[in-house]
Design a protein around this ligand. Structure first.
Ligand SMILES: NC(=O)c1ccc[n+]([C@@H]2O[C@H](COP(=O)([O-])OP(=O)(O)OC[C@H]3O[C@@H](n4cnc5c(N)ncnc54)[C@H](OP(=O)(O)O)[C@@H]3O)[C@@H](O)[C@H]2O)c1
Length: 320
């Protein structure tokens, strides 16, 4: 089954996720959708110092939005903040230093942010990693899970009280179509039983978790719009560093970071996105299937509930 899923995914990717896929899909875009005034609205973007996150920050700052960059590296964050301010002329760009693999720090950060800010209109969970060996954080969590899944849950859930009282609140999960190759495996979230450890598979599991978390948040919090999305294959440091073979083979075919960021931008700022169903998975400004045909990747509601219960238990443990 994994051979079938991977083959269909690659064929689909070569057609849809590349630069030419974007060129073809973007013919259907309504450019006026991004003709929006974001003055007075605030946007938190994790991993905003690089790639897709930085492109999002620049585009939204150009539209007048207040940007809260959540980054782990002070130098990268400061350099990117200066670049965003200089490129856009928007002075309302702020850096918050936070490592998304540290759940206790995330809870503390969110608490302080809520105390100091009256609103947050949009949260974009963009930061992500693919660590190819099994690393364990100080909290005893597998590093990809800690960053990609638990970090996202900690931040989203902690900020919900603020999002809920803000105008037209939205949460966007930068997932990946890599998740199409995976069925949720809720019994090995820490990749303890995976032998040998496979970082690509763990990452794809994390992204499958994103898509399911988006569905479950949407049901639980109907007052907020939740969207997950796939950027396509974009030329960024993450791909270059974590998947060097893929990166070399795909030279000339990658989307730019701006093209990769387009759907997240559209979901974050456009009025059209507010008319889209909550909890869905998007690619190139359209709802797309969360499963490949005949791939047997559907999981039960019982497994979804189990995933959310585990995340909520961690949330309680690390929020205290
Ligand atoms: N590029 C693609 O083709 C593609 C395809 C599908 C999905 N995605 C997703 O797109 C998102 C953005 O990635 P990208 O491609 O734009 O790569 P990128 O340029 O390398 O950006 C990744 C960002 O995440 C940050 N980050 C990673 N671990 C972190 C942590 N523990 N705490 C805080 N920040 C952390 C990185 O910070 P540092 O700069 O400090 O490392 C960086 O800012 C990711 O979620 C990725 O999975 C990308």
């Amino acid at each position: 089954m994994s051979w079938y899923r991977n083959s269909v995914f690659i064929l689909k990717g070569l057609k849809d996720y590349t630069k030419s896929g974007y060129a073809s899909a973007s013919k259907q875009f309504c450019e006026k959708d991004l003709d929006v005034d974001c003055n007075g609205k605030s946007f938190m973007i994790t991993g905003a110092n690089s790639g897709i996150g930085k492109s999002l920050a620049i585009s939204i700052a150009k539209l007048g939005g207040t940007i809260h960059m959540v980054c782990r590296n002070p130098k990268y964050a400061d350099d990117a903040m200066q670049e965003i301010k200089n490129t856009t002329g928007n002075p309302n760009v702020h850096v918050h230093l936070l490592d998304m693999s540290e759940p206790t720090s995330i809870a503390k950060f969110a608490k302080k942010f809520i105390e100091e800010h009256e609103s947050l209109n949009v949260l974009i969970n963009n930061a992500g990693c693919m660590v190819n060996d099994r690393q364990v954080t100080e909290d005893g969590l597998e590093k990809n899970f800690a960053t990609n899944t638990l970090g996202v849950h900690m931040l989203t859930k902690s900020l919900l009280p603020l999002l809920k009282k803000s105008k037209e609140p939205r949460v966007i999960m930068v997932a990946s179509a890599g998740m199409l190759t995976q069925k949720l495996n809720v019994d090995d979230l820490q990749a303890e039983k995976m032998k040998p450890f496979d970082g690509t598979m763990v990452y794809a599991q994390n992204k499958r978790q994103h898509v399911i978390m988006t569905e479950e948040y949407a049901k639980e919090y109907p007052e907020v719009k939740f969207f997950s999305m796939h950027p396509g294959w974009a030329d960024t440091p993450a791909v270059q560093n974590s998947m060097p073979d893929f990166y070399n083979k795909m030279q000339g075919k990658f989307r730019t970071p701006e093209e990769g960021a387009d759907t997240a931008l559209w979901l974050a700022v456009s009025k059209a996105a507010l008319e889209q169903p909550t909890g869905e998975f998007f690619q190139d400004r359209k709802v797309v299937s969360k499963h490949l045909p005949l791939a047997c990747t559907h999981s039960s509601q019982e497994d979804h509930d189990k995933l959310m219960k585990i995340l909520d238990d961690y949330f309680s443990q690390f929020s205290e």
